[in-house]
Design a protein around this ligand. Structure first.
Ligand SMILES: Cc1cc2nc3c(=O)[nH]c(=O)nc-3n(C[C@H](O)[C@H](O)[C@H](O)COP(=O)(O)OP(=O)(O)OC[C@H]3O[C@@H](n4cnc5c(N)ncnc54)[C@H](O)[C@@H]3O)c2cc1C
Length: 501
């Protein structure tokens, strides 16, 4: 039961964006309530014993470069709430069937040296972004705006707005380097021939050489727990097991922030959204789903390529053609016979994930939207190509089809893990084209999920910017435990802007 009759703000959904919105609102208002449908908080950053006792698995996100790079999380000092990022020795390995592998090392030089004839081109492409990682991310991980670093952004756009295929085929000579880059861009879950797919490759490679691709000690849940502690420490209130289906489920408040996707928002009764706005939200497009697997292993995965044994993340797809075909199949509504697989092996770097000597592995591949197909044997067959004997080290496994993913978390509509398709036309104009994409047609209702800019991933910035947007039209701001009426807002603008990341 809520403790108060009236709140300054209520946030619905305790995913990373809901938690970020709640923390930001809690800094400005006295009474902020966070409501979560599930029994546990975290949304896409939960961990659970999915297989056997003593094994900790990340149900959704596990590789957390965006959380470490997030300008908002950076200002929260999360380690004081018990959060510890662990850096695998090698952020990413990309093996081939002959037992060789390319990899992303933390060092750009070491990575480029291992690429042979493509090393110079790779270094030339990445160096300017690696050198200016913070200003680059500050401009990219924001709602649409005039860039603060126009020259850097122009350089980024020159490469990023191309399709991955175009960038790879013009920059790199080797099929292996092209496969590595295709694997990075495939995280976008859109066909690699589409405009701007190169952006995902460039950003993920830049992150590997700057903040790394860390995992979180003892599981991603620790990030949700740290964010929740930060919110509660600031005087916030939180209730779990409270699914919101109608305004009648909500306590009275000056404003409401929904960490849900457009389709869910439309289905909540009594919000007072205009018909026109609902029609525009209904046109929001969702992407393909994922099929997720977790394993408890009796020993590490027996990779042919030794470098894979030092990597936190391993991408499985032998060529740009194979990876591109897998994504194309899924977009045409078919299960790929040879899916591109993203795999993480946390326990190699974090012994707290499994009993002594045992190990965990986590993987997913893309499948058609809403698919209930069981592709576990295809994923395991793919791993066997690069790690013969993998099946023999399995003690237990857990699977989640795309359809089951939506049952687990209603934000993963059809198994789409990004809160909606992230193609060029929907990346910054999500959920609709608007000067303030977080505001809805109802005055006091806001969206703050990954269906708003800057989109999917664990960075909390959708929640942060949604909460910040309220300053433009709210009656009160909080400072030094006091509230000031609207007329004071301009005088106290420096307080509002003080924590701008
Ligand atoms: C398998 C998988 C792997 C992923 N891997 C990574 C990764 O490695 N790195 C990365 O950065 N990102 C990854 N992601 C994506 C990342 O998890 C999401 O982008 C992120 O969690 C989105 O945050 P959010 O707060 O917008 O939504 P969510 O995390 O989905 O949280 C939404 C919350 O709202 C609650 N909710 C929904 N409806 C209601 C309601 N009506 N009433 C009350 N509560 C409600 C839900 O229960 C949920 O807790 C992955 C996702 C999945 C599924």
């Amino acid at each position: 039961m809520p403790k108060r009759e009236y709140y300054d703000a209520v946030v619905i959904g305790a995913g990373p964006n809901g938690l970020a919105a709640a923390i930001t609102l809690g800094r400005r208002f006295n009474a902020v309530l966070l409501l979560e449908a599930a029994k546990t908080i975290g949304g896409g950053v939960r961990s659970a014993a999915l297989t056997l006792p003593g094994f900790v698995h990340d149900v959704c996100s596990t590789v957390q470069p965006l959380s470490l790079a997030s300008p908002f999380f950076r200002q929260l000092d999360l380690p004081q709430y018990g959060l510890e990022w662990i850096q695998p020795e090698i952020p990413l390995a990309h093996p081939f069937e002959d037992g060789s592998a390319l990899f992303l090392h933390r060092s750009l030089e070491v990575t480029a040296d291992a690429m042979g004839k493509d090393g110079k081109a790779y270094k030339g492409l990445l160096q300017p972004f690696v050198d200016h990682e913070k200003p680059l991310l500050a401009d990219i991980l924001k709602p649409l705006h005039f860039p603060e670093n126009p020259l850097l952004m122009a350089r980024f756009a020159f490469h990023a707005l191309r399709s991955l295929r175009n960038l790879s085929e013009t920059q790199f000579q080797s099929d292996r380097t092209r496969a590595l880059f295709a694997g990075l861009a495939a995280h976008a879950m859109i066909p690699l021939e589409q405009t701007a797919t190169a952006a995902f490759g460039v950003i993920l490679a830049t992150l590997a050489h700057t903040v790394g691709w860390p995992i979180i000690k003892s599981g991603s849940q620790k990030l949700a727990d740290a964010l929740a502690d930060c919110f509660l420490n600031g005087g916030g209130e939180m209730i779990t097991g409270q699914h919101i289906a109608s305004v009648t489920d909500l306590p009275k408040a000056a404003s409401y922030f929904f960490d849900v996707t457009p389709r869910q928002l439309i289905n909540i009764n009594g919000l007072g959204l205009s018909d026109g706005y609902c029609k525009r939200l209904a046109r929001f497009r969702y992407g393909p789903g994922v099929y997720k697997m977790d394993w408890a292993l009796k020993e590490p995965i027996p990779w042919k390529a030794d470098i894979c044994k030092k990597a936190g993340t391993v991408h499985l797809g032998s060529s740009l053609e194979e990876i591109a075909a897998s994504i194309r199949d899924v977009h045409m509504g078919n299960v790929s016979p040879s899916p591109y697989v993203i795999l993480a092996q946390q326990s190699l770097f974090d012994p707290s994930r499994a009993p002594a000597g045992r190990h965990t592995a986590w993987a997913y591949c893309h499948v058609p939207h809403g698919s209930a197909a069981d592709v576990s044997s295809l994923i395991e067959k793919k791993i066997e190509r690069y790690a013969p004997g993998f099946r023999e080290v399995i003690l237990a496994k857990s699977v989640l089809s795309a359809a089951a993913m939506e049952q687990y978390n209603p934000n993963y509509v059809g198994g789409d893990i990004n809160g909606g398709l992230q193609n060029l036309s929907q990346l910054y104009t999500r959920p609709i084209i608007s000067l303030n994409p977080y505001r809805t047609s109802a005055k006091n209702i806001y969206l703050c999920s990954s269906s708003t800019p800057p989109g999917g991933g664990v960075h909390g910035l959708c929640g942060y910017y949604a909460a910040k947007s309220i300053c433009k039209n709210k009656s009160y701001i909080k400072s030094d435990s006091r509230c000031y009426p609207r007329g004071w807002v301009s005088r106290y603008r420096h307080i509002i802007e003080r924590d701008d990341p």
